[in-house]
Ligand binder design. Structure first.
Ligand code: NAD
Length: 478
């Protein structure tokens, strides 16, 4: 599929923004402008709200079984169109084609899962205190929703909001990623072709702050979901709070990866290299603070360096590429600045540390050792291909370090001891912990953070609750 311009999808139609306003879209592997995306203005957002309200009337009155059938059809269409959508995803986001295929597949799996869950959105009958009283809780969709989604997983970040919304019977406006709009547009085309009625799902792009300032307070919108950085999440959650909107926040992380002396080091480094450099490290659950017990530190670092240096970095469309470019110059400059700061405070560059080539936004997969907690990278989310390695002596020290920052999203650990594993489960303050493998993010498992990383879930049966009200009915039938 040729890369083409992306329009807005409102009320079941593709349309240009009022005044034909657009933004340029770039290929991060070349730095070249490759197309345009429509930039919604006020009048377009008004239209989107009108559409999402009428979509809600239709969808909330559609049976859970019919919703399930339509969602399953959309998932099947995604699988049919996988190859062409994956190429679009790589072209504007940069990730290797193999990762794009996984993302498209995961979107189909997520839609299937949420479609099924929608059929199980049970209420409950509650034993009453009188034999003539019937009392029960019923689940109902919360109303029209809005989702703000970032560029790092342009499609799956959308499906993690739109999937539970649709399953619950909500309609939704998605503010998609302006940096990588092409694959999201194809997702909406699949939903359209599968028979999602007009107005139920709507896709807009534009200036994020303008759109959130308009949509979050809008009285028609009942639910807000955002994925992005902690500072922006706090702003949007405050705005939503002011207008009493239901909120899901999936914010940043700074994941610790704790490796004990008793761990299988080969397995740990293989898994951690894959997890760290996936999507060039631009992943909110990417392992970042590599906390390695002193007895295996040198062995771990040696193995980590060897496997990192073997990664093939290049254009995501090229055969065999394992890591693509960063999304843009801003991210690359941010990574450089974090490395510079760490080195000025005594960190050593074990491998990487440099830009690659003269075109695109490539950066070497980087490992820093000799890390101390005063370095900026140990406190700010790097969101790039940098692993920070720090050694520790006993597990309590590692657990304390893991909880030092206000983040609490993903976390990783390797140990063969059941008692160490137990202490990790009890001590690590994170919404998700994966021990001895990388197992986060499946459709059927809870996905979400605690503390500054946000609240609410975008996976598992918990995700549906974010889009539903439980109403209580009590009825004396005597
Ligand atoms: P950024 O803060 O400018 O944007 C991050 C995301 O928030 C983008 O999708 C953007 O459209 C959105 N956004 C920003 N201001 C907004 C507003 N006022 N209203 C609505 N949406 C708004 O940063 P960036 O350079 O694009 O990305 C880097 C940072 O963003 C990272 O440090 C990381 O913390 C965070 N981020 C997190 C995730 C995640 O999966 N949790 C994904 C992408 C970016």
């Amino acid at each position: 599929m040729r890369y083409s311009d992306t329009r807005l999808y409102i009320g079941g139609n593709w349309c240009d923004a009022t005044g034909a306003k657009t933004l340029d879209v770039y290929n991060p592997a070349t730095g070249e402008a490759i197309g345009k995306v429509a930039h919604a203005v006020h009048a377009d957002l008004e239209k989107a709200v009108e559409a999402v309200v009428s979509g809600f009337h239709i969808w909330s009155a559609t049976s859970a079984f019919e919703r399930y059938q339509i969602m399953r059809r959309a998932a099947a269409l995604l699988r049919d169109r996988l190859e062409s959508i994956a190429r679009l995803l790589t072209t504007d986001e940069g990730k290797p084609l193999a990762e794009s295929r996984l993302e498209v597949n995961s979107c189909a799996d997520l839609l299937d899962w949420f479609a099924e869950e929608g059929r199980r959105a049970y209420g409950r009958l509650i034993p009453a205190r009188s034999t003539t009283v019937q009392q029960y809780g019923i689940k109902e969709p919360v109303g029209p929703a809005v989702g703000f989604t970032p560029w790092n997983f342009p499609m799956s970040q959308i499906v993690r909001k739109l999937g539970p919304a649709l399953a619950a019977g909500c309609s939704i406006i998605i503010k998609g990623p302006e940096e990588a709009p092409a694959a999201p547009a194809q997702l909406f085309q699949c939903l359209h072709d599968a028979g999602v009625p007009a107005g139920v799902v709507n896709l807009v792009f534009g200036t994020p702050a303008e759109i959130s300032q308009f949509l979050i307070p809008h009285p028609a919108i009942r639910k807000v979901s955002f994925t992005g950085s902690v500072p922006v999440g706090k702003q949007l959650a405050s705005l939503a709070g002011l207008h009493m909107k239901r909120v899901t926040m999936e914010l940043g992380g700074h994941a610790p990866a704790i490796v004990m002396d008793d761990a299988n080091i080969d397995a740990a480094t293989t898994a951690l290299v894959a997890a760290k450099f996936r999507n060039a490290g631009q992943v909110c659950i990417a392992p970042t603070r590599f906390l390695i017990q002193a007895g295996v530190h040198d062995q771990f670092v040696k193995s980590l360096i060897k496997k990192t240096q073997a990664l093939k970095v290049g254009d995501g469309l090229a055969e065999g590429t394992q890591m693509g470019p960063l999304i843009g110059e801003r991210r690359r400059a941010a990574i450089e600045s974090l490395i510079e700061d760490a080195v000025s405070k005594g960190a050593r560059i074990a491998t990487g540390g440099q830009r690659i080539g003269n075109s695109g936004f490539f950066f070497e997969p980087t490992i820093l050792t000799g890390i101390t907690t005063d370095m900026r990278a140990m406190n700010e989310e790097p969101f790039g291909p940098v692993a920070l390695v720090k050694s520790f002596d006993d597990l309590d020290e590692a657990i304390e370090e893991s909880g030092r920052l206000p983040f609490g999203l993903g976390s990783y650990a390797w140990t063969t001891s059941a008692s160490n594993a137990r202490r990790l489960v009890q001590g690590v303050q994170a919404g998700m912990l994966t021990i001895n493998h990388v197992g986060l993010g499946l459709p059927e498992t809870p996905y979400g953070g605690i503390r500054d990383s946000g609240y609410g879930y975008e996976g598992g049966s918990e995700a549906l609750d974010g889009y539903m009200n439980t109403r209580f009915i009590t009825h004396d039938v005597a």
